[in-house]
Design a protein around this ligand. Structure first.
Ligand code: NAP
Ligand code: G4F
Length: 328
């Protein structure tokens, strides 16, 4: 049985990654943070009885800002594979907490790489890089496109990305970067634009909300489905050699398209419900992202299965169900 360690297991991707690895018979360890409120909602359905003597999903407290906890966890577990998905992942928020974002999203990766190196392990390492690193580089973006980061988050990811490459080259670690374009799901955090829109469409349809306040409606993103993307991550880690891969759908849509699709699905006209709030603008914006994932198609035999329309409808339907359950 292979052993995996997931950072960010309580997040969107961490929860899908854990499901995938459990289905492949891994023993899965996940790092969680202490929180004043429950933060394991996304994994509660797969977290077994803590009294089970041999649970295949095990949670351990740690923090990407606390090297001693990471060292201890890695030395104790000696994982075959680490899926490093933890981060301060919100771009807009990174402008408010730039230093903290650098610590968690940038240095957090180095703390893990150092822990593997110092323990002398042959652990394989996956780093969650991001299409946000392309910033102002015009689409389509692929592995050869130069990074032009436009936020503290993106700059921290560029650092994390290059440190992963350096540990691969310098210390011969099996270390991969997945340059994933935006990916969403019903488990997406509610302050990212996709989920904010699908949740608003559901609540407005049910008469529980009238307006939603948004920022830049012209931004374009390449939105895929998180469930498809964790499969690509796993495939990267099963290759003979570590490498970096762009994961994307190759289709780009604006926030307006997202509104059309989500509100249209529940027969609403979004123009009657959307207001612009400049607080959601960013000091520097990434105008357009559209990925070219042909390397992943060639080398990993990976292709996205869920398209934009299907994704948005899946999210709206799930939000409708959740909202209805609240009243029931
Ligand atoms: P997410 O839902 O925001 O999850 C982030 C995870 O990181 C959560 O489990 C969070 O724990 C954990 N975390 C935050 N700060 C931490 C700290 N100091 N120590 C330990 N854990 C910490 O993000 P996601 O959408 O799943 O994304 C996963 C990764 O892929 C992130 O690195 C993100 O930057 C990157 N990425 C995401 C996308 C996308 O479109 N989703 C695209 C490209 C790259 P709590 O639950 O306790 O907050
Ligand atoms: O949903 P977003 O916040 O995602 P963003 O900034 O693209 O970042 C996400 O994808 C990255 C991959 O490229 C990840 F690395 C990162 O961790 C995260 O998962 O915003 C998308 C677009 C932006 O252009 C933003 O300005 O939507 C625009 N937008 C318009 N109104 C809004 C809003 N974004 C948010 N969050 N909230 C709004 O009200």
């Amino acid at each position: 049985m292979k052993t995996a360690l997931i950072t960010g297991i309580t997040g969107q991707d961490g929860s899908y990654m854990a499901e995938l690895l459990l289905a492949k018979d891994y023993l899965v360890h996940g790092i969680i943070r202490r929180s004043s409120s429950f933060n394991t909602e996304r994994i509660d359905h797969i977290y077994q009885d803590p009294h089970d003597p041999k649970p295949r999903l095990r949670l351990v407290y740690g923090d990407l800002n606390d090297a001693s906890s990471l060292n201890r966890i890695i030395r104790t577990i000696q994982p075959d594979e680490i899926y490093h998905l933890g981060a301060q992942s919100h771009v807009r928020v990174s402008f408010d907490v730039p230093e903290y974002t650098g610590e968690v999203t940038g240095l957090g990766t180095v703390r893990l790489l150092e822990a593997i190196r110092e323990a002398g392990l042959r652990t394989k390492f996956y780093n969650a890089s991001s299409s946000e690193m392309f910033g102002s580089a015009p689409p389509p973006q692929n592995e050869a496109t130069p990074f032009q980061p436009r936020s503290p988050y993106a700059a921290a990811k560029v650092y994390s990305h290059w440190m992963t490459v350096n540990y691969r080259d310098g210390y011969n670690l099996f270390a991969c970067n997945g340059i994933l374009f935006n990916h969403e799901s019903p488990r997406r955090g509610e302050t990212f634009v996709s989920r904010k829109v699908t949740k608003a469409a559901a609540k407005i349809k049910l008469g529980r909300q009238d307006k939603v306040f948004l920022g830049n409606l012209d931004a374009r993103r390449d939105w895929g489905y998180a469930g498809d993307y964790v499969e690509a991550i796993w495939r990267m880690m099963q290759q003979d050699k570590p490498d970096d891969y762009v994961i994307a759908t190759g289709e780009s849509h604006s926030v307006r398209d997202l509104l059309d699709e989500a509100f249209g699905h529940v027969d609403l006209d979004w123009k009657k419900h959307v207001e612009i709030d400049p607080r959601y603008y960013r000091p520097t914006e990434v105008d357009a992202l559209c990925g070219d994932a042909s390397k992943a198609a060639r080398q990993l035999d990976w292709r996205p299965r869920v398209g934009f329309k299907e994704l948005v409808r899946m999210m709206v339907d799930s939000d409708l169900k959740q909202e209805k359950a609240k009243s029931g």
